[in-house]
Design a protein around this ligand. Structure first.
Ligand code: FES
Ligand code: FES
Length: 211
């Protein structure tokens, strides 16, 4: 039969044991999973044209096209917003198509022709879309604007080529740039300042002038 002294001893032993367990340092899983020393980056040579200028660079294979433009070529007009393909601030035109330059590796663009905002126009010779954004006040802070302009220029070419969108009702009829089409096609370009109505006005004016 167990006496009350035995019970006290057992409770004390239990407390001591629990305290000892608590004193064992807890090593976070992330710390235990630390990788070994970094290996040398793998580099690769890539030749591409940016705004009509040929470039040949040796870059870490993990370099995004966005980082190549901004860090290697100092073309900082292209903006890094989310770096995850969610905001469109990094939109550039590659071989005639708009892409998120943060989502593509530079080494995948051997031989590509890239156009950034710097290649569309210059302060003394603006592209019609740049001029329309200024005229219609299509920006506030301006951070999304280079991406909006590159995206809208390429988007108008998609319309001319008859490329349908998710809101195109009749796939057999010529595509018309309604406001619904425009907003759908530009939905990948986020404006945190909310200048959307002015952006729509600017793009619509250019589209109407182009006929
Ligand atoms: Fe590329 Fe946001 S920075 S989509
Ligand atoms: Fe500020 Fe668009 S103008 S995010």
């Amino acid at each position: 039969m167990v006496g009350s002294d035995d019970l006290d001893l057992n409770r004390r032993d239990l407390m001591v044991g629990a305290g000892a367990c608590a004193a064992i340092p807890v090593i976070p899983a992330a710390a235990r999973a630390q990788p070994g020393p970094a290996e040398n980056p793998v580099e690769f040579r890539v030749s591409l044209s940016v705004n009509g200028q040929p470039h040949t660079l040796t870059v870490d294979t993990r370099t995004s096209l966005l980082d190549l433009l901004r860090e290697n070529l100092q073309l900082t007009g292209t903006k890094k917003g989310c770096d995850h393909g969610q905001c469109g601030a990094c939109t550039v035109i590659v071989d005639g198509r708009r892409i998120n330059s943060c989502l593509t590796l530079a080494v995948m663009h051997e031989g590509s022709a890239v156009t950034t905002i710097e290649g569309l126009g210059q302060p003394d010779n603006l592209h019609p879309m740049q001029a329309a954004f200024i005229k219609h006040d299509g920006y506030q802070c301006g951070y999304c604007t280079p991406g909006q302009i590159c995206s809208s220029v390429a988007m108008l070419e998609e319309i001319k080529a008859g490329v349908p969108s998710h809101v195109t009702a009749d796939l057999l009829a010529p595509v018309r740039l309604t406001e619904t089409e425009l907003r759908e096609r530009m939905s990948g370009n986020i404006c945190r300042c909310g200048a959307y109505s002015n952006i729509v006005e600017a793009i619509t004016e250019v589209a109407e002038r182009q006929g």
